[in-house]
Every structure is written in C-alpha cells, then in structure tokens.
Write a protein that binds this ligand. Structure first.
Ligand code: HEC
Length: 106
C-alpha cells in the first residue's frame, strides 16, 4: 500500500468512522422531544398545504410512507431540505414520534 492510500485510510478512520460510531451510540430517543422538533421545524408547511394541524399528510389514504425505512429516509430528506440542523438523534426522535402518533409501524 502506498503512503497516500494509508493516509486516506487513517483520515477516514479518524473523521469518518469514529463520529459515525458516536452518532449511533447517541441515537435512542425521546419522543417528546420529537414532537417539539416537529412542531418547530415542520408543521407549519404541512398545515399550510393540508389544512388543520397538517397531520392529514400522515393519515391520508394516499400517504407515501409505507414502512420505517421510508419514514426514516423521508424525515432525513425533509430535515436536510429545510436546513433544520438536526442531529441523527433528533431525526430519530421525530421518526419515533411520527410513528407512535400516526404511522404505527411495528
Ligand atoms: C416547505 C414545506 C414543507 C416542510 C417545511 C416540511 N415538509 Fe414534509 N412534506 C411536504 C409536502 C408537500 C409533503 C407531501 C409530498 C407528497 O405528497 O409527495 C410532505 C411529506 C412529508 C412526509 C411523508 C408523508 C406521507 O405521505 O407519508 C413526511 C414523513 C414529512 N413530510 C416529514 C417532514 C418533516 C420531519 C419535516 C421537518 C423537518 C418536514 N416534513 C418539513 C412539505 C414540507
């Protein structure tokens, strides 16, 4: 292995894998916090589009999200699009709260 390859691997080990491991450790989850985060960053736009508190977006028969994987992906995408600055643990809280409240996936 040449030196640069080795340095690249060292760099990835230091800045890629370790923070990822830290994030995974932090993930579990306070659903109350998820509700607060959702209300602060997400609800207004859903309410403007769907009326009321916007929750019809999750309960309509034509809703898009069909399982936990899709819910996770959707929350991550919306969080990034809207520059929430959420950490993975925040996303996990919102996913859990939305699931408890609306989706009820097992
Ligand atoms: C600027 C408007 C806007 C904001 C802000 C927004 N959303 Fe959405 N969201 C939408 C629209 C519009 C849809 C429906 C898209 C569709 O029907 O394909 C949607 C759909 C969703 C769905 C899927 C609903 C389904 O069909 O099952 C989820 C989950 C969701 N948003 C989560 C979030 C979260 C979490 C945030 C906050 C980080 C957020 N959204 C912020 C506009 C927004």
């Amino acid at each position: 292995m040449n030196t640069w390859k080795f340095r690249t691997i060292l760099f990835l080990a230091a800045f890629g894998v370790v923070p990822l491991a830290a994030a995974v450790v932090v993930v579990p989850v306070n659903p109350q916090n998820g509700e607060a985060l959702y209300e602060k960053n997400c609800m207004a736009c859903h309410a403007a589009k769907f009326g009321g508190d916007g929750s019809q977006i999750f309960t309509r028969s034509s809703r898009k999200v069909q399982n936990m994987t899709q819910l996770q992906a959707r929350v991550t995408a919306c969080s990034v699009n809207n520059n929430t600055g959420w950490f993975p643990s925040d996303e996990a809280s919102v996913v859990n709260w939305l699931n408890q409240q609306y989706y009820k996936f097992k």
